[in-house]
Write a protein that binds this ligand. Structure first.
Ligand code: ADA
Length: 561
């Protein structure tokens, strides 16, 4: 299985490590002792989660995942993990080579002189709540366990390589150009290399001296004759970067890019100089058969459903998504609000010593890794955290500043629920508010919008576009009430959704509207008391993607324009 929808390397040799891995679980009541050979061993699919196995459906703990691979020659090897849920320690032939916190961002481990021949790769995986992670807490979605996204081993020809190219399109009124930042790594001696970047018929070549460690080379490339990427029309171009020495290319890195620019004024988001009203849903990566490790065909179905519903936008609530889903959004011309991983942390939870560092790491990893996706039009951080406190303000400020340092080409946002107390409306470029009129309160949607708008404007948010980042109601699939009043009935959900559409859809006070949520999702046991079926049931489709009546209500309005 490929980690993207296209090949990322032709010169660099990449081997997929997806498929069956051996997972060893500890004997009940003990912690894992991987070397003792104790515990139960099962074969599980990678990408996948252990909740797919009948015995480990609700297991919260550690496991050791093992497989073997073959190195064709001695040299530098890169182990690339697109996502391990949620904490990983990585060992090659018994030696620890790296690790990572957080399920939703990629990481790699460098093995500098891996001998030719067979090797054992071993990953200690944990989905525990507690000491390891301040981001993965009992939540209104489920923290699965496993190697949930693709894995590759890449064999490098020399001691330096391309980590990525961050390409930012700019339009000067006549022609497109790309600001390229090429991130390079060198584990050998200081040396000179030639970098070549090509897009369509344009090409630029640069000589760079690479000291040991990381280097970023920046330059511009003019690209004449390309057609812009637009909402609904995802025109993509191949970007190829190569490192050359006097014998030719010895490393390469391929991506797909789109030519578009994002602006915003006091009301709207603007894509290529045209204001767009965002018609979206919030989507969790979740499915009863796959957990958070959705296979590509499920992602394709989800994109087809978004299109059928008439959405032009999706919010990756509440974490960075699998890049294959972003690839599909690039192709479909769907606008993405991508956000880092933190949902609903209280000030006490934000005070945990690891929170700041882990949350900032996710933000940095997300912005660096996903920079080139034309579909991503806005970066979000820390959904519904304590933006009504001094510490919250400090952390929102720090996160948003860091995003702007890394990428000044997209606006920033966060979704607040601190009605009447939020202290951070001056910080993001765009305002996001989660509101649940007619569900958590009896207030009318129009009144809620008016009070939210006034509060934001009077507290630092004047002159910024405002998005309703969440709104909706719950419904249990198949639970019907002919008089349309019963809580959890599909009729009541439909009525609430219709009232919301009447008040918010293309309202000139708004830049967009995201329903909560795309599909029903599994939640943590700690939430079961307020979540029938241990599910968040506010999906427009159920967990198997079967539409509820509210789906048709949204579709009628989203498509009729
Ligand atoms: C919040 C939150 C979501 C979800 C939703 C709900 O706004 O951001 O993650 O929990 O409420 O269903 O209540």
């Amino acid at each position: 299985m490929a980690a993207r929808l296209f090949l990322q390397h032709l010169v660099r040799e990449a081997q997929s490590l997806d498929g069956a891995w051996g997972f060893q679980f500890p004997v009940e009541g003990t912690t894992i002792e991987p070397d003792a050979g104790a515990g139960q061993m099962v074969e599980l699919e990678v990408p996948g989660v252990w909740e797919q196995h009948p015995h480990w459906r609700s297991y919260r703990g550690q496991a050791v995942a093992t497989r073997r691979f073959e190195a064709p020659r001695t040299g530098v090897a890169l182990l690339v993990f697109k996502g391990v849920s949620h904490t990983a320690r990585v060992f090659v032939d018994g030696r620890e080579v790296g690790g990572h916190h957080n399920a939703f961002t990629p990481f790699d481990c460098v093995v500098e002189e891996l001998p030719a021949g067979e090797h054992e790769l071993c990953v200690h995986v944990s989905n525990e709540h507690g000491a390891l992670s301040s981001l993965h807490i009992p939540n209104d979605y489920y923290n699965y366990g496993g190697i949930s996204r693709p894995v590759e081993v890449q064999f490098l020809q020399q001691h330096c390589w391309i980590d990525r190219v961050r390409a930012t399109p700019r339009w000067d009124g006549a022609v497109w150009s790309l600001d390229c930042a090429v991130d390079l790594r060198n584990v050998g001696k200081s040396r000179c290399v030639e970098i070549q970047v090509r897009v369509d018929r344009s090409c630029v070549t640069h000589n760079v001296t690479l000291a040991s460690g990381q280097t970023t080379a920046s330059f511009a490339l003019e690209v004449a004759g390309v057609v812009a990427w637009e909402p609904g029309e995802g025109r993509l171009y191949d970007l190829v970067a190569e490192l050359h020495d006097d014998k030719g290319a010895f490393d390469d890195w391929h991506d797909r890019i789109g030519f578009r620019e994002i602006f915003w004024d006091d009301r709207s988001l603007i894509v290529n100089r045209r204001a767009v009203f965002l018609r979206g849903v919030n989507r969790h990566e979740d499915h009863p058969l796959f957990g958070c490790a959705l296979p590509l065909h499920q992602m394709r179905q989800d994109v087809a459903i978004l299109q059928d519903l008439g959405c032009n936008a999706v919010r990756t609530s509440h974490y960075p998504n699998d890049e294959r889903f972003l690839d599909l959004c690039d192709e479909a011309g769907i606008l993405v609000w991508e956000e880092n991983h933190a949902r609903g942390q209280s000030v006490e939870q934000m005070r945990e010593p690891q929170f700041r560092e882990q949350c900032l790491a996710v933000t940095e990893e997300m912005v660096l890794a996903h920079h080139n996706h034309p579909s991503i039009v806005i970066w979000g951080v820390m959904n519904e955290c304590a933006s009504d406190t001094g510490l919250g303000r400090e952390l929102y400020e720090e996160q948003l500043r860091r995003i702007r340092e890394l990428d000044d080409s997209r606006p920033t946002v966060f979704a607040s629920c601190q009605h009447g107390t939020d202290m951070c409306q001056d910080l993001p470029d765009v305002l996001g508010w989660n509101v649940y009129p007619l569900w958590y309160t009896d207030d009318r949607p129009a009144e809620v919008l008016e009070s939210t708008r006034c509060y934001a404007a009077e507290n630092g948010g004047a002159g910024k576009p405002l998005i309703i980042s969440e709104c909706g109601a719950g419904a249990l699939p198949g639970y019907s009430d002919p008089i349309r009043r019963a809580r959890w009935s599909v009729e009541r959900q439909q009525d609430i959704v219709e009232d919301i559409l009447t008040a918010y859809f293309e309202n000139p006070a708004l830049a967009g509207l995201f329903f909560w949520q795309f599909c029903d999702v599994r939640v943590d046991e700690a939430w079961a008391i307020c979540r029938p079926r241990t599910m968040n049931n506010k999906g427009l489709v159920d967990e198997y993607r079967v539409p509820k009546p509210a789906y048709e209500a949204v579709k009628r309005v989203f498509r009729d324009r």
